[in-house]
Design a protein around this ligand. Structure first.
Ligand code: ADP
Length: 963
C-alpha cells in the first residue's frame, strides 16, 4: 500500500489513549528549586542563625517533598515504561498488519482503488494502475475527479458508469457489483464496499477484475455446446451416448435412428447389451466392462441387422470421456456399406483417371503445388515436346526453359499457386527439335489425398489452328460452290421446313427475290405445289432423306413453265439437320438431248456417206461394232465379215493391229496414225491406205474410230509429181548451162565481127561512099547491142550460178555501194535519193547490191520529163520477212504490165525513149527468189511506182547446187 500521509501512522496512535500523563503533570505543578539565601545588610548573627534555621527547616521540608516527588516520578516512570513497551508491541503489530495488508493488496489479481468521502484518492494497488493504464501523474494528484475524466472515454457505457458512481455516493453504506465494458472489448467486474472506521464510513474501496478471457471462454463454451449438439443432430454417423457407469443409453442421434430403423424410445434408457442388435459387439455386461476400461474400442466391419431385417456392415467406435464430471461413452456407428462401395469406386476412378492421363490427347503435367516440382508427365506431352520423362520429373517448372513465357520464375509460379486457375491461350514454346509451336496452357489447382497439386494441360494449338483455317476454307469453298452453282439450291431447316438459304442461281432461274424465299415454309410457296405442296409431303421428305423427282413442271415468276429435276438430301451441319434441295432446269438438258439426237443423225449420215472407210471398235474389247459402206466397197468384204470380229482377228489389218498388244497401244495412245499401210482387198488387189485411229467417249462408252483412206491414187499422183519435178529440175539446169555456154560461146564470133567492123571503120570510113558508111555504122551498132545482150544474159544466168553463202549483212551498206555505182546518173538527173534505216539480213551481199542498183537505177531513169526524180528506200517487217520498198515519182506503169516487166528482155519503151535491154527486173526477180522471197510492183501511171521485194528473216540455205 502506498502511504498517502506519513504523519498519520506516527502521530495518531490508534491504540493509545490519546493523552500523555507526563505532560499533563508538568503542566499542572511546575517544579521550583529553593532560592539561595542572600546575606542581608545590618543583620545580627542571631537573627542570621534564626533565619538559617528557618531556611534549614524549609530545605528539609523541601527535601521531603522532593523525596515524595521522586517516588512519584519513579512510579510514573514505571507506568510510562510499561506504556512505551505496550506501545512498541502494538506498533510492531500495526506494522505487520500494514505490510500484510499491503502485500495482500499487491498480490491480489484484482485492481484495488480507495477514495475517501471527499473523493480524494487514499489508496490503490499496482494492478489497478496496470488494468486501467492510468498515467502516474494523475494518481499522484489524488484527485479522483481527474482520474475519472481519463477513464470515461474508454468505456462503452460511460453514462451508466457515472450514474452508478453517483448513486453510491448518495448511499455511502451500499455495496455494489457491476460489469464494465470497454470500447476495445475488455470486460471488468467491479465490486465496491464502504470503508468504515467503527461505525463511520470514511471512504469507499473499489476492486476490479478483468474477466474478458473468462467471458470469451464462456461464450465459446456455449457456442461449442451448440455446435456439438448440432454435430450430433446432423452427423452422418450414427451416435449413441451411454452412461459410462450403468451402460444405459442416454442419447441417440437421428442418423442412427434412421440408419437402423428403430425409434428413439426403443433406445433411450436401455442398457446397451440389452439391445439385441449389438449382440456381436457389446452383447453382454462383460464386454461392456471391457468398454469401460479400454476407453477406446474400434470394430471394423461388424455385421448388424436393421429393423427391417437388412444386414449391413458397420464400423463401431467408442470413446470414453467426461462431461460435467460425468463419464459417458460415445459410440459412433458408421454404415460401411456405402464407404466400401465408395472405396471401390475410388479405385475404379483412379484407374480411369490414370488411363485418361496415359491416353489423353492433351499434354498433362502434374506439379507439387507446394514446391513446384513436376511429379508426373503424360506420354502425350513427352511425345509433343520431344523431351524424355526424366527430363521433366523432379524438375521445378520454372527450371524448364521451355515454359519460360508461362511460369519462368518462382514469382509466376506463386501466382499459379494463388490463382488456382490460369489459362494462357496461344503461348509459343519450342520443342526439343527446335520447332516453335503454339500451345494453350491451362492450370488448375486441386487436392489429391490431402495434397495440393497443380495440373497443367498443354494443348498443341498448331493443329487446331490449321483445322480451324481448314474449316473456314472449307466453308468459304462450299459457300462459293453454293453461290456459283449452276443448279438452283434451297437449304431448308429439316425440323420446320423453313427456307434458310437460297442461292443466286435459283433466284435467277425462278425470278423470285431472295426475300420471297427466306423464312417461308416450303409448302407455302405455290411454285413447289407439285412436289412438297403440303406438310405431309414434307414429312415424307424429312423421313426419306433422299428424294428425286425428274421432270417436274413449275412456273417461274414471269409465267414461263419450265421442267425441273428436284433432288433433296438430308444432312447435318453443326448438329442441325438441314435439307438441301437441288433444283435443275431440265429445259436446257432436254434441248441438249434433242440436239444430241440431231447430232447423231447428222453423224450417222456423215458415217454413211463418208468418202473414207470408217470402222468403229469397242475400246474395251476391240470388237468391231460398225463399218461404213465406203469401207465395204473399198475392201470388198461384206458387213457381216466385219461386225463382232476383234480387229486383230482380221488378217487384213495384220500390219496395223495384228495382235492384242498392238491393240492395247491403240487403246492407250488414243490417237494413232499409220501412213501408207499396204492392204489386200477381197479380190487380191494390193492397195495403200492411211490408217488413223481416235479414241472417244459416246454415252459413257469408250470407242475407237478408225479411218481408213485409200491413198493408192494419191500415192501414184505424188510419185508422178516427184518424177516430173526431178525432170523439170534437170532440164532447168541443162537450160541454164545451155544459156551460159551459148552466151559465152556467142561472144567469140561476135568479138571477131566487132573487131573487123572496127578495122572497116578505121580504114574505109568516108573513103568508099556514103552508103557504105551507113552500113558500116549499122553493123557497129548491131554488134554492140548484141554484145550488151549477151552480157546481160550472162549476168542473168550468173545470178543462179554464182551465188555466195548467205551471211548476215547490213543492207544499208549494200544500198550505199549501189548508190556510189549510180553516182553519174544521179548527178545527171539531179535526183534526190532518201532512205530509212535498213535492217541486217541473211543474204548474198553482191546480189542485194545489184538489186538496189537495178531498182534505184530504173527509178531515176524512168522519170517524168521536167520533174526532179525523187527516190525513197525503206524497209518494214512482218512475222517472217523483211519487206523492202523503192518508191519513185516517175512515169509509173499500167497494172496490165505488172508481170511482164519482170520477164527477160521485156520492156515497154523503145531504146530511143529510155535506153536499156529489159533484163534488170528479170535479174531482180531471180535474186528475190534466190533468197526465198518475192518481188512485185505497185504503181499509178503518171505519178510513180513502188517496187517491193521480201527477204526471209531466218537464215535460209541456198538451194543452189554447185557444179
Ligand atoms: P530496162 O530498164 O532495161 O528497160 P528493165 O527490166 O529494168 O529493163 O525494165 C523493164 C521495163 O519496166 C522497162 O523498160 C520499163 O518500161 C519498166 N520499168 C522499169 N522500172 C520502171 C520504173 N521505175 N518506172 C516505170 N517503168 C519502169
Amino acid at each position: 500500500m502506498v502511504p498517502k500521509k506519513k504523519e498519520t501512522a506516527n502521530e495518531k496512535y490508534p491504540g493509545g489513549s490519546g493523552t500523555s500523563s507526563l505532560q499533563d503533570t508538568a503542566e499542572k505543578k511546575p517544579f521550583r528549586s529553593p532560592p539561595v539565601l542572600p546575606v542581608m545588610k545590618g543583620q545580627t548573627d542571631g537573627e542570621r542563625i534564626l533565619e538559617l534555621r528557618k531556611h534549614q527547616t524549609e530545605l528539609e521540608t523541601q527535601a521531603g517533598e522532593l523525596m515524595l516527588r521522586a517516588l512519584e516520578y519513579e512510579r510514573k516512570n514505571r507506568v510510562l515504561e510499561e506504556e512505551i513497551r505496550q506501545r512498541k508491541i502494538s506498533d510492531t503489530l500495526l506494522k505487520n498488519t500494514l505490510s500484510l495488508l499491503n502485500a495482500s493488496l499487491e498480490s491480489t489479481a484484482d485492481g484495488i482503488f480507495v477514495v475517501d468521502q471527499q473523493d480524494k484518492i487514499t489508496s490503490y494497488n499496482q494492478n489497478f494502475v496496470t488494468m486501467w493504464n492510468i498515467p502516474p501523474v494523475l494518481l499522484e494528484s489524488g484527485e479522483n475527479e481527474r482520474v475519472m475524466q481519463y477513464l470515461l472515454p474508454q468505456l462503452r457505457n460511460a453514462q451508466g458508469f457515472l450514474t452508478r458512481n453517483k448513486e453510491l455516493k448518495a448511499h455511502p453504506e451500499d455495496e455494489s457489483s457491476d460489469i464494465i465494458e470497454f470500447n476495445d472489448g475488455k470486460i471488468f467486474e467491479r465490486y465496491s464496499k464502504p470503508q468504515k472506521i467503527g461505525e463511520n464510513v470514511v471512504g469507499r474501496v473499489w476492486s476490479f477484475r478483468n474477466v474478458t478471457d473468462r467471458r470469451l471462454a464462456e461464450e465459446a463454451k456455449i457456442a461449442s455446446e451448440i455446435r456439438y449438439r448440432r454435430l450430433f443432430e446432423t452427423a452422418q454417423d450414427g451416435i449413441l451416448i451411454l452412461d459410462a457407469d450403468t451402460g444405459q443409453i442416454v442419447e441417440v442421434n437421428p442418423f442412427l435412428i434412421e440408419m437402423l430403423g428403430f425409434s428413439r424410445d426403443q433406445f433411450l434408457g436401455k442398457k446397451i447389451w440389452e439391445i439385441g442388435l449389438f449382440k456381436d459387439i457389446v452383447a453382454n455386461i462383460d464386454n461392456f466392462v471391457e468398454l469401460q476400461h479400454k476407453e477406446y474400442i474400434r470394430y471394423e466391419d461388424m455385421p448388424i441387422e436393421t429393423a427391417d431385417g437388412r444386414r449391413i456392415a458397420v464400423e463401431f467406435l467408442s470413446n470414453v470421456y467426461t462431461v460435467n464430471n460425468k463419464k459417458v461413452i460415445q459410440c459412433n456407428i458408421r454404415d460401411n456399406t456405402e464407404r466400401k462401395l465408395a472405396e471401390e469406386a475410388q479405385v475404379a476412378s483412379e484407374i480411369r483417371y490414370r488411363r485418361l492421363f496415359e491416353t489423353a490427347q492433351d499434354g498433362i503435367l502434374i506439379l507439387d503445388a507446394d514446391t513446384g516440382q513436376i511429379v508426373e508427365v503424360n506420354p502425350f506431352l513427352i511425345n509433343m515436346l520431344g523431351f524424355s520423362r526424366d527430363q521433366f520429373l523432379g524438375k521445378k517448372i520454372w527450371e524448364i526453359g521451355l515454359f519460360k513465357d508461362i511460369v519462368a520464375n518462382k514469382d509466376n509460379f506463386e501466382e499459379l499457386q494463388r490463382k488456382e486457375f490460369i489459362r494462357y491461350e496461344d503461348m509459343p514454346i519450342e520443342t526439343a527439335d527446335g520447332q516453335r509451336i503454339a500451345v494453350e496452357f491451362v492450370s488448375s489447382v486441386y487436392e489429391v489425398n490431402n495434397k495440393k497439386v497443380i495440373q497443367c494441360n498443354i494443348r498443341n494449338n498448331t493443329e487446331r489452328k490449321l483445322a480451324e483455317e481448314a474449316q473456314v476454307a472449307s466453308e468459304i469453298r462450299y459457300r462459293r460452290l453454293f453461290e456459283t452453282a449452276q443448279d438452283g439450291i434451297l437449304i431448308l431447316d429439316a425440323d420446320t421446313g423453313q427456307i434458310v438459304e437460297v442461292n443466286p442461281f435459283l433466284i435467277n432461274m425462278l425470278g423470285f427475290s431472295r426475300d420471297q424465299f427466306l423464312g417461308k415454309k416450303l409448302w407455302e410457296i405455290g411454285l413447289f405445289k407439285d412436289i412438297v405442296a403440303n406438310k405431309d409431303n414434307f414429312e415424307e421428305l424429312q423421313r426419306k432423306e433422299y428424294i428425286r423427282y425428274e421432270d417436274m413442271p413449275i412456273e417461274t415468276a414471269d409465267g414461263q413453265r419450265i421442267a425441273v429435276e428436284f433432288l433433296s438430301n438430308v444432312y447435318t451441319v453443326n448438329n442441325k439437320k438441314v435439307i438441301q434441295c437441288n433444283i435443275r432446269d431440265n429445259t436446257e438438258r432436254k434441248r441438249a438431248e434433242e440436239a444430241q439426237v440431231a447430232s447423231e443423225i447428222r453423224y450417222r449420215r456423215l458415217f454413211e456417206t463418208a468418202q473414207d472407210g470408217i470402222l468403229i471398235l469397242d475400246a474395251d474389247t476391240g470388237q468391231i461394232v460398225e463399218v461404213n459402206p465406203f469401207l465395204i466397197e473399198m475392201l470388198g468384204f461384206s458387213r457381216d465379215q466385219f461386225l463382232g470380229k476383234k480387229i486383230w482377228e482380221i488378217g487384213l489389218f495384220r500390219d496395223i493391229v495384228a495382235n492384242k498388244e498392238n491393240f492395247e497401244e491403240l487403246q492407250r495412245k488414243e490417237y494413232v496414225r499409220y501412213e501408207d499401210m499396204p492392204l489386200e482387198t477381197a479380190d487380191g488387189r494390193r492397195i495403200a491406205v492411211e490408217f488413223l485411229s481416235n479414241v472417244y467417249t459416246v454415252n459413257n462408252k469408250k470407242v475407237i474410230q478408225c479411218n481408213i483412206r485409200n491413198i493408192t491414187e494419191r500415192k501414184k499422183l505424188e510419185e508422178d509429181l516427184v518424177v516430173k519435178a526431178a525432170e523439170l529440175a534437170r532440164s532447168n539446169i541443162e537450160l541454164q548451162q545451155f544459156a551460159y555456154i551459148a552466151s559465152h560461146d556467142l561472144q567469140e564470133p561476135l568479138r571477131a565481127i566487132s573487131g573487123f567492123t572496127e578495122l572497116l571503120v578505121k580504114r574505109y570510113h568516108g573513103k568508099i561512099d556514103e552508103k557504105a558508111d551507113t552500113y558500116i555504122d549499122f553493123i557497129t551498132e548491131g554488134t554492140t547491142r548484141m554484145q550488151q545482150m549477151i552480157q546481160d544474159l550472162l549476168a542473168y544466168s550468173r545470178v543462179q550460178t554464182q551465188v555466195h553463202e548467205f551471211v548476215l549483212i547490213d543492207s544499208n551498206v549494200s544500198l550505199d555501194l549501189a548508190l556510189s555505182d549510180l553516182q553519174v546518173a544521179i548527178k545527171e538527173h539531179n535526183a534526190i535519193i532518201t532512205s530509212d534505216p535498213l535492217p541486217s539480213i541473211f543474204a548474198d551481199r553482191e546480189q542485194i547490191t545489184k538489186m538496189f542498183q537495178n531498182l534505184v537505177g530504173n527509178a531515176i531513169k524512168f522519170n517524168q520529163p521536167g520533174v526532179v526524180p525523187k527516190v525513197h528506200i525503206s524497209a518494214k517487217q512482218d512475222e517472217n520477212n523483211w519487206i523492202f520498198s523503192v518508191s519513185d515519182n516517175g512515169i509509173g506503169i499500167s497494172q496490165e504490165y505488172a508481170d511482164r516487166i519482170f520477164k527477160i528482155f521485156q520492156r515497154l519503151h523503145t531504146r530511143d525513149e529510155y535506153p536499156g535491154t529489159g533484163i534488170g527486173l528479170a535479174i531482180c526477180k531471180r535474186i528475190a527468189e534466190q533468197h526465198g522471197g518475192t518481188i512485185w510492183i505497185e504503181s499509178v501511171p503518171g505519178s510513180g511506182s513502188t517496187f517491193y521485194f521480201t527477204i526471209p528473216k531466218r537464215k535460209k540455205e541456198t538451194n543452189y547446187e554447185r557444179e
